[in-house]
Design a protein around this ligand. Structure first.
Ligand SMILES: Nc1nc2c(c(=O)[nH]1)N[C@H]1C(S)=C(S)[C@@H](COP(=O)(O)OP(=O)(O)OC[C@H]3O[C@@H](n4cnc5c(=O)[nH]c(N)nc54)[C@H](O)[C@@H]3O)O[C@H]1N2
Ligand SMILES: Nc1nc2c(c(=O)[nH]1)N[C@H]1C(S)=C(S)[C@@H](COP(=O)(O)OP(=O)(O)OC[C@H]3O[C@@H](n4cnc5c(=O)[nH]c(N)nc54)[C@H](O)[C@@H]3O)O[C@H]1N2
Ligand code: SF4
Ligand SMILES: [Mo]
Length: 722
């Protein structure tokens, strides 16, 4: 459909179909005119409603999607701005002046320190076209792989876990599996608050079918855990103990699928050996759960025809993130719960287009089309495709998110370009992060809003168009691609991210590499690069998406027409992407959390999300309804721990870690285990005084995925402050 055709002459005029720009569920939205004059509170002429024809959400939306229109026009960055030093005021400049300063700096850095001193830090809130052009500019034209994204803090353990177990990234399941499963194993995910439409979908099935089980593994009794048939409130960081413990019982009871293991996997013997240690007594002690509960979890796994696992940050954000993902997959390999309806290991993506970012190669070790920078054939394929000299793409893994901070500290980074993310709130160890950002000789920050906490650290601000003002594609957790149409003009002088990257490329002399007139042309080029790759989308284009609506990948251009739209499950033929086509068991012992509580810092602090807020509040903090839902930040503490310190509900307490301190009103609740504290990640310095979760966290990361352990650090709490 076209962006302007009304769907029905009698109904409210429909302006466009698009996707909710918040979470990885990827709910379809219809945009309709309000028919009212804009007011200060509702400055937009449109509102949104769920799109019933979208297969992923079937018309449902949560409070974030439903209120999106309210934030779009507030506090926008409208013009390029510049300053020489961080202690100066910004002055408005023309695009020419801003882009000249950027290209001058890039050229100067290339001439002095070389490409390794250039960095870009992007986001799962880019559209795929933005991601692709940034890869072509940095990894292709500039010859550095120093492009990383906030997905490093989010999905990179899932990516490396899938690659290690299956030989390729790519969540193999689909949302229909939520309607078909007999047992949902939800580990390290507060789905009810963070992927609510997925959760609602499963709950309908759960309520209707009494045999269907929900197991929730989370140290807190979240809204997800409240409705579980079995809640395993494990000690933070003991997931591998639990997963190996379940495997131990399945092996002991002979509930494994030996034929599948023999025909389609390798590494079983070593894995079976490792699980010997994880006896019920040992696991119960390590995890802090009863033997009965552990046995019940294993029983549900053993007796369910179809088991679907879902997970997100409680698993990924860990110093053993990759190992945890592989340990989840191990259970699916043991029981052949993969490649069939209602089953499989399903990583829920966080951001609306973190999946598209993976397809476009948007992390420091990746290249477009699920390729890797360390693979010489992959580099050669892209050099040929981009018509670059052989050897132009660096064989070195680029700087990951935290390596950029280290690079700034060591004076090795002279140019930092941050876009569509707010690291001055979302990075670990903010004291160190901010100090490093303050040292940066030249930081460009490209965002839709002003101010954000990160704008304080920028020399140049570039105004970006956002959702509603730019056209491009996004891929959700179940590999469904939706075209997000622009339906209103850019505000002020803002430009689409990909257009800004392409313009810088042209100004640097790579004129022939960035000839694109619109994002459809960008997508067409990107699609060709995916040919014969696991994420083949050669059959998809903006035109096809307009014609057919949502399309799921893989979708090669030779796909027969009836199957064009859906490719629901991967590995239905049980052929994996490894060299021998077999999946790999991963054998790991549990190491627990990196920072173990001690006398000085006796609590484990964990961090996470609330239903109404989105990350650093750039949008949701500007929506009255959501602000009223959560007037203050808080810290959850168990009543017995609170009593020991004389803390009552609402008392202000100071929390300290080895790196920093913050203050929060106490929320005394039995939803949290003794010895564990929880704070939401949403309150940066613009929204509260000194209530930053990440003033406390540490950057120690998984050795494979380089994803920091944002879910656990050791802290101390004070008696109530006056
Ligand atoms: N409302 C809302 N929804 C969102 C977002 C948002 O900001 N707001 N953000 C989106 C993004 S980008 C992401 S990544 C997802 C995140 O979605 P989730 O991962 O569901 O969210 P979190 O609250 O970060 O963490 C999930 C749970 O992990 C638990 N946890 C902590 N430590 C451990 C552990 O050691 N083991 C286990 N098993 N669990 C542990 C926490 O108690 C928490 O309940 O949400 C997406 N959806
Ligand atoms: N303690 C703790 N810290 C965490 C986490 C945690 O669980 N605990 N989770 C981590 C995870 S999983 C994530 S994903 C990160 C998220 O952290 P961030 O990425 O820092 O958070 P957001 O608030 O989503 O920032 C997105 C920014 O993009 C801007 N934006 C939106 N659309 C566009 C666009 O089209 N173009 C441009 N240029 N800008 C746009 C918005 O205005 C906003 O400023 O936080 C991480 N940090
Ligand atoms: S569940 Fe996610 S995608 Fe759907 S409306 Fe809510 S925030 Fe948007
Ligand atoms: Mo995320």
């Amino acid at each position: 459909m076209s962006a302007t055709t009304p769907s029905n002459a009698n109904a409210t005029p429909q302006i466009a179909k698009t996707l909710c720009p918040y979470c990885g569920v990827g709910c379809g939205l219809e945009v309709v005119e309000t028919g009212k004059e804009p007011t200060l509170k509702f400055p937009d002429r449109f509102k949104v409603r769920g799109d019933r024809s979208h297969p992923s959400s079937q018309g449902m939306v949560c409070v974030k999607g439903a209120t999106i229109a309210e934030s779009i026009q507030k506090d926008r960055l409208l013009h390029p701005m510049m300053r020489d030093r961080l202690d100066q005021e910004f002055r408005q400049v023309s695009w020419d002046e801003a882009l000249d300063a950027i290209t001058d700096q890039i050229q100067q850095v290339l001439a002095t320190k070389g490409a390794d001193a250039l960095c870009m830090y992007g986001s799962g809130q880019f559209q795929t076209e933005d991601y692709y052009i940034a890869q072509k500019l940095f990894k292709g034209c500039l010859g550095t792989n120093n492009f990383d994204a906030n997905s490093r803090l989010c999905m990179s353990s899932a990516v490396s876990g899938y690659v290690k177990s299956f030989g390729s990234d790519g969540p193999p399941c689909c949302y229909e599996d939520l309607d078909l499963t007999d047992c949902l194993f939800a580990i390290g995910t507060n789905t009810a608050e963070c992927h609510p439409i997925i959760f609602n979908r499963f709950r309908r099935h759960h309520k209707k079918n009494p045999h269907v089980k929900l197991i929730v593994v989370d140290p807190r009794c979240t809204q997800t855990a409240e409705v579980a048939d079995l809640h395993l409130a494990i000690q933070p960081g003991t997931d591998i103990d639990l997963l190996n413990g379940i495997a131990h019982l399945l092996l002991l009871w002979d509930k494994c699928d030996r034929q599948f293991i023999d025909n389609h996997t390798t590494g079983f013997a070593e894995f079976a050996e490792i699980t010997q240690l994880y006896t019920p007594e040992f696991v119960s002690r390590r995890c802090g759960i009863s033997i009965e509960d552990l046995e019940l979890a294993a029983k549900y796994w053993a007796e369910s025809q179809r088991v679907l696992s879902i997970w997100s940050m409680g698993v990924n954000q860990s110093t053993q993130g990759t190992a945890k993902v592989q340990c989840i997959i191990n259970l699916h390999l043991l029981t052949a719960q993969i490649g069939k309806e209602g089953a499989g290991p399903f990583s829920l993506t966080g951001q609306p287009n973190a999946m598209g970012g993976r397809e476009a190669g948007g992390l420091a070790h990746l290249l477009p089309g699920y390729r890797s920078v360390v693979n010489p054939e992959h580099r050669a394929e892209l050099e040929a495709f981009w018509q670059l000299p052989s050897g132009k793409i660096s064989p070195q893994v680029g700087r990951t998110a935290w390596d950029m901070i280290r690079g700034l500290e060591a004076n090795e980074v002279d140019f930092l370009w941050i876009a569509a993310t707010n690291p001055a709130v979302s990075f670990p160890d903010l004291v160190r992060t901010k100090a490093a950002l303050r040292r940066s000789p030249f930081t460009v920050y490209q965002d839709a809003y002003y101010p954000t906490e990160t704008s304080a650290f920028a020399h140049i601000l570039l105004p970006a168009t956002q959702w509603s003002e730019k056209t491009g594609t996004m891929t959700n957790s179940e590999r469904c691609i939706t075209l997000c149409q622009s339906f209103q003009p850019p505000l002020g002088e803002s430009r689409a991210d990909w257009e800004i990257f392409a313009e810088v490329g042209r100004r640097l002399g790579f004129t022939d590499k960035f000839p694109f007139q619109n994002s459809a042309e960008v997508y067409a080029e990107f699609a060709q690069i995916t040919r014969d790759r696991p994420c083949d989308i050669t059959g998809i284009s903006h035109a096809k998406l307009s014609e057919l609506g949502v399309i799921q990948w893989p979708n090669p251009d030779h796909t027969p027409e009836p199957d064009r739209k859906h490719n629901k499950r991967l590995y239905t033929d049980r052929q994996f992407h490894t060299s021998d086509r077999r999946a790999r068991f991963g054998s790991y012992h549990s190491q627990g959390v990196f920072e173990v509580p001690d006398e000085q810092y006796p609590f484990i602090l964990t961090t996470g999300r609330l239903y109404g807020h989105w990350h650093t509040q750039t949008r949701t903090g500007r929506i009255d309804k959501i602000r009223q839902m959560y007037p203050n930040p808080f810290i959850e503490i168990h009543p017995k721990d609170a009593a020991k310190f004389g803390i009552h509900n609402g008392d202000l307490v100071e929390v300290k870690s080895r790196r920093g301190s913050s203050k929060f009103p106490a929320l005394v609740t039995e939803a949290i285990a003794r010895g564990v504290l929880f704070v939401p990640m949403h309150w940066g310095t613009l929204w509260a005084d000194n209530a930053e979760a990440n003033a406390l966290t540490h950057p120690e990361a998984c050795p494979d995925s380089k994803q920091p352990e944002l879910k656990a650090c050791a802290v101390a709490i004070s008696k109530p402050l006056k």
